[in-house]
Design a protein around this ligand. Structure first.
Ligand SMILES: C[S@@+](CC[C@H](N)C(=O)[O-])C[C@H]1O[C@@H](n2cnc3c(N)ncnc32)[C@H](O)[C@@H]1O
Length: 284
């Protein structure tokens, strides 16, 4: 039987702590709860049966933010991504995450996220630092046989370091939900190519040699870069869901791709179901 999917919502247990208000500080886009957090929540619920088979189930969130968001134009605040992931994992108490490894480059944000998770009863292991610097410690906190979801949600593409993905990819059972900032790429890829800027070298090492120079004239160099990045992910043995929703601004400019990949078919299939659209209701 299909039921109306409702995104978790709770009072803020720590209203005195920091709130995520986006890069400009005037609130995050309404697509954050409506798409990014909604897909994450639906995927977590849709994969509950798979998670039950693993005694250890770990969320790794290396760009965790403060654990509370405010949407532009709203006065209320809402749960952050890690809190959404935790609450939807433990809804019927059969396959909750057994550990939430969270981290942010900003100490106050990392602390706030951990406090808000603890208030929800989550078993949290907070770290602090640039994702590329903490990823090894984070990976070591994941038991070798655990099922792990790596949720990577940087504002800027340049922080989606390839080293972070390859280190987490060494985990035996790991799925990735990644926020890939297309707008950064669109704005800067041509300039970086011409001036030998380093902004994207850590994201997709070797991209300069692979990109078709004609794409800068055609205006689709960002697509070429994204395709190259996808091929690199596939070379690690992952299958990328063909559903990578493109989130656009109100003026229709591309902002982000939400990309999901796994080495197993079932989690990819579930992502394909959930990422079809915000109105699609699933039978779980
Ligand atoms: C989009 S916000 C995170 C929102 C959160 N994941 C959610 O869903 O509610 C991005 C976060 O990444 C942090 N950040 C920026 N650069 C970073 C880096 N190199 N390593 C780790 N965190 C970083 C920022 O401080 C910010 O809190």
């Amino acid at each position: 039987m299909r039921h109306q999917f409702v995104l978790a919502d709770r009072e803020d247990p720590h209203p005195d702590l920091l709130i995520e208000k986006g890069r400009q500080g005037n609130g995050v886009g309404d697509w954050v709860p409506a798409m990014k957090h909604m897909y994450l929540a639906k995927w977590i619920e849709g994969t509950r049966e798979m998670r039950k088979r693993f005694p250890d189930r770990v969320l790794v969130d290396l760009f965790c933010g403060p654990g509370r968001i405010q949407v532009e134009g709203e006065t209320r605040t809402r749960l952050g991504g890690a809190q959404i992931a935790w609450l939807h994992s433990q809804l019927d108490d059969t396959a909750p995450f057994t550990k939430c490894v969270t981290s942010d480059i900003d100490q106050a944000r990392s602390d706030a996220c951990a406090q808000r998770l603890r208030a929800l009863g989550a078993p949290v292991e907070p770290l602090c630092g640039a994702a590329a610097d903490v990823v090894d410690r984070a990976a070591l906190l994941v038991p070798p046989t655990a099922l792990c979801l790596a949720y990577l949600d940087p504002y800027s593409l340049e922080f989606l370091s390839w080293d972070v993905i390859t280190r987490l990819a060494q985990l035996k059972h790991v799925d990735f939900a990644v926020h890939f900032s297309t707008s950064d790429l669109r704005r800067n890829v041509k300039m970086d190519f011409e001036r030998e800027g380093k902004r994207f070298d850590k994201v997709a090492p070797g991209w300069r040699k692979e990109i078709d120079v004609q794409s800068f004239f055609r205006g689709d160099a960002d697509d070429e870069f994204f395709d190259y990045w996808c091929r690199q992910i596939e070379s690690l043995g992952f299958t990328i869901s063909q559903r990578f929703p493109l989130i656009r601004t109100k003026k229709n400019a591309p902002l982000y791709h939400l990309v999901f990949f796994s080495r197993h078919a079932s989690p990819v299939r579930v992502w394909g179901d959930v990422a079809q659209g915000v109105n699609r209701e699933l039978p779980f």
